[in-house]
Design a protein. Sequence first.
Length: 196
Amino acid sequence: MTKKTVPNLIIDMVFLIALVVLDQFSKAWAVASLKDKPAIPIINGVLELNYLENKGAAFGMLQNQRIFFILVAIVILTCIVYILVKAPCTKRYFILHVLLSLIAAGAIGNMIDRVSLNYVVDFIYFKLIDFPVFNCADIYVTVSTFVLIIVLLFVYKDNDLRFLSFRTKGYRTLDDKISTASAEVSDHGEKENPDA
């Protein structure tokens, strides 16, 4: 981590905290306004606010796996922190910071619920397609993950992500070490067989 990295990380942290606060505020509102009450239609027959206590993952999958989800969230957050610390401080990586902060905020928002309540508060329901009830944290994770996949496939090239390579002694990256070793083998072979 360099001095230039610190301001970026502070911005990431402020953005992440704001997202988590928004998620928790929306869930607190859902508990106060929707629990044990009829659903509130937003668009008749299409979208409504409907309280649900979800003991599974996003959209109700894998019910009653609380410890598993907390461990997965910790692993994801650790990976995100590593990437954000290593990412170069240039405009090219701005979208990466935003998307990873969104994913982290979603993971933290739902993890807070699992730790404190043993379930996640969901309240947004697309009735038209009978889509599983979800919340703001789920939106953060699913939308940003989808966009991240597109960005990784079509925006960033292999060289743009070289900052994620593990450094090895005497070489910039593991790829550099392999390339150097291959060149040395090739050079050695040419010296032994100059007429080849």
